[in-house]
Design a protein around this ligand. Structure first.
Ligand code: ADP
Ligand code: MG
Length: 731
């Protein structure tokens, strides 16, 4: 078995290939980037479908932009005695075969080769391909062996290692020794094999490398010291040295962040050039009456500041596009309400969109209660709205009788016809796609102002640069009298004590949440998880005198609502739920949040859940339950939760723990594009440079029409994040 080496590739001289590359990636020709992946050697129809399904890769470009997530150093050769069998990293060593053995029969058959290098011994094991491997292993010969060490009955062993005779290994040109490791999915690896992905990347490179067109103008490359795209793609996959790899990474990060910046800045320029924002010049009757007579408590300074910022935005003549960040419980709802009243005072309608049914209903209840006695009509529209509710909302909105509409995504999906929509508030926008949806409104001839609210904080500079074309307001102050939630992490062994604690809290009149993880792939499992938990609670924690409600994703909306209502009103003391209650739910009397299998939640989700308590004046608690055995990363997350209540710090830490790749794909960031290599928190410097570079280019050539900007034009399109918007819905 030969180790995989793209030998003919590594000798291909990038400089020699360069003259063949197209100067302009468009020029009416199909770009290399869009070549169908199925034509790459070793792919074909079936694997092409699989690559698309598993990783979303359909073209050669998308494949070559799928970068290794780490590299291993294959120049290092260990001595057997040095190998840590409990370590998780791959190792390479030399060993002479001292004997072979067969064991088992049929499907359980296995073949072993024993090797030694004078410092120690190892067993190499194969369960598959035995016929093939046994012919290639010769007792007495020395091999170079590469694989993942493990220990079996206290002996070092490697399952399915790559092996190659030492002569052959030495005859190969010694290169940097760095080999990329790609992330894959289980299905994909089972079809392609361990090295299969690498092979396909090699073949794709062969097919495309003479045609790779540069995306960045020469001047920009010189100025920022960027290697060519050709060299960068080559070295990111097949690093010739660690320095070449570093330069490739810098170039590709730059390109990626530049693609994002071009979009952000262009959108902003368009918005500011239009000067077609609605004007809210009056602070009138409704706002003032509410402020003087209905406000349940004085606003915090931070809330006042944000209301002022919104007022300023709405008198400029430009359309407002503002992101309001405020930690959980900081009082964003009230700010939203005041902004909506501004719209009403100026003769406009406003709507407020929430990510879940529960949250929409809660907002509706809050708004109706707060506005009682004022001449403002509020309606609600969700996917679960019955015919009557729907008809009255749609009718009232079209005629203008209803000024405020609260709802879920149904607000967009139903193509609600407003009489004169002046402001859109989007609450808890940390779910993918909402920002894109907001943009749909901005395509209106005269777009409403948009206020996006989130408790999932991302660092301010990052928000400004990445979130799209948004100004940022921050509520950095909690209402007075709040006590920080005390957070502890317990394992199952402490369960009885936890129950005891809950009992005490309930006896003092408090309420308790117990949350189980939602298993996204399987609602059935999710439900089972919750159901078992609920049964365990009823068994171990018999509280016949108290009422427990259950809420999960599979319930009918009315049942969910009824259960929530009983918990809110205090009729029920315990709420057992999946993370459907993650966002926004406001029950100030609840003081304990128990999170089961806490290790299965992301950091921002944990923080959101914790935000459900600590909303009143009582001391509140968050109890993170987990098993004994935790990965390093899970432990770091739980420790961070116990250490701090500061959502911004947690968000930063989260980005670091998870890295860019995950950040991009995550449903929590709300970003409209994929980042494959840059990590905006760690690559702040590059981010700033790309902002400058994008600004300069756009100042000189706002539409990127110049021939030398053809590559940038494509780059901009690639990172526009608009692929998934259905434009037919905008009219
Ligand atoms: P979030 O920012 O997480 O959406 P909410 O708007 O739900 O927070 O507010 C959290 C709780 O704080 C609510 O019960 C709300 O009534 C209360 N609240 C909001 N503003 C103030 C304030 N200025 N003073 C006291 N309590 C406030
Ligand atoms: Mg809220």
């Amino acid at each position: 078995m030969s180790m995989h080496r793209p030998t003919d590739i590594s000798t291909a001289d990038p400089a020699a290939a360069a003259p063949l590359a197209q100067k302009d990636g468009t020029a009416g020709q199909r770009s290399w980037y869009d070549d169908d992946i199925k034509y790459v050697a070793g792919v074909g129809e079936m694997r092409a479908r699989l690559l698309f399904k598993e990783l979303g890769i359909a073209t050669v470009g998308e494949l070559l932009y799928c970068f290794p997530f780490r590299y291993i150093d294959r120049s290092r050769i260990y001595r057997i005695v040095e190998i840590d069998a409990s370590g998780s990293s791959l190792v390479q060593f030399r060993g002479r075969v001292t004997g072979v053995a067969y064991a088992g029969t049929g499907r359980k058959r296995r073949f072993s080769a024993f090797v030694s290098d004078g410092t120690g011994q190892a067993e190499l094991v194969w369960f598959q391909g035995i016929k093939w491997i046994e012919k290639r292993i010769e007792v007495g010969r020395e091999y170079l062996i590469f694989g993942r060490p493990s220990s079996f009955r206290n002996e070092l062993s490697l399952v399915h290692p790559e092996i190659e005779t030492v002569e052959k290994a030495l005859s190969r040109r010694i290169e940097s020794g760095l080999q990329g490791i790609y992330s894959s999915t289980e299905r994909l690896s089972s079809v392609l094999g361990a090295k299969g992905f690498h092979t396909i990347v090699c073949n794709a490179w062969r097919l495309a490398h003479t045609r790779i067109a540069e995306t960045l103008p020469d001047g920009m490359r010189r100025r920022y010291g960027l290697v060519s795209l050709h060299d960068a793609l080559y070295n990111i996959h097949f690093p010739q040295s660690s320095e070449a790899l570093r330069q490739a990474q810098y170039r590709l990060k730059f390109e990626e962040l530049l693609g994002v910046q071009l979009n952000v800045l262009a959108r902003r320029a368009t918005r500011l050039s239009k000067n077609n924002g609605f004007l809210f010049p009056h602070v009138g009757e409704v706002f003032n009456t509410f402020y003087r007579e209905k406000l349940p408590f004085p606003l915090t300074e931070a809330q006042k500041r944000v209301v002022r910022e919104i007022r300023q935005d709405t008198v400029t003549g430009y359309q407002m596009n503002r992101l309001l960040q405020g930690d959980v419980g900081s009082g964003k709802t009230l700010v939203a309400l005041l902004s909506m009243l501004l719209a009403v005072d100026n003769g406009f309608q406003a709507c407020m969109m929430a990510p879940t049914e529960i949250l929409a209903r809660q907002h509706y209840a809050t708004l109706t209660r707060l506005l009682e006695g004022l001449p403002v009509r509020v309606a609600i529209l969700t996917g679960a709205s019955k015919a009557r509710e729907r008809k009255s909302a749609l009718g009232g909105i079209a005629s203008g009788d209803v000024q405020l509409l609260v709802g879920t995504h149904a607000l967009i999906e139903d193509r609600v016809q407003f009489r004169n929509l002046g402001l859109v508030v989007i609450d808890e926008q940390h779910r993918f796609g909402v920002e894109q949806r907001a943009r749909m409104w901005t395509k209106n001839e005269q777009p409403p102002h948009v206020l996006v609210m989130t408790a999932t904080p991302i660092p301010r500079t990052l928000a400004m640069t990445l979130y799209g074309d948004l100004d940022v307001s921050v509520i950095d102050e909690l209402p007075p009298g709040r006590r920080p939630v005390q957070t502890v992490h317990y394992t199952d062994a402490m369960r009885l004590r936890v129950w005891g604690f809950l009992r005490k809290q309930i006896a003092q009149g408090r309420q308790v949440y117990i949350v189980y993880p939602l298993i996204e792939e399987s609602e059935a499992m999710d439900y089972k998880n919750l159901q078992e938990g609920y049964e365990a609670i009823s068994r171990d924690f018999p509280l016949p005198e108290y009422v427990t409600e259950v809420v999960h994703g599979r319930m009918k909306p009315q049942d969910k609502e009824e259960a929530m209502r009983r918990f809110k009103s205090g009729e029920a003391q315990l709420l057992v739920a999946t993370s459907v209650i993650e966002v926004g739910v406001d029950v100030p009397n609840a003081t304990v949040m128990v999170i089961e299998s806490a290790e299965r939640f992301g950091l921002s989700q944990l923080h959101q859940l914790r935000g459900r308590v600590g909303r009143g004046a009582q001391q509140s608690y968050c109890i993170l339950m987990s098993g004994e055995k935790l990965s390093k990363e899970s432990r770091a997350r739980l420790d961070a939760m116990c250490e701090t209540n500061d959502g911004f710090r947690l968000a930063e830490l989260d980005l670091k723990l998870r890295g860019a790749g995950d950040l991009a794909g995550t449903q929590q960031s709300g970003m409209a594009f994929d980042l494959k290599i840059a990590n905006p928190t760690l690559d702040v410097q590059i981010l700033e440079r790309t902002r400058d570079a994008a600004g300069e280019v756009l100042a000189a050539d706002p539409t990127l029409a110049a021939a030398e900007h053809a590559g940038l034009r494509q780059l901009k399109k690639r990172y526009s994040g608009e692929k998934s918007i259905d434009f037919s819905m905008i009219s």
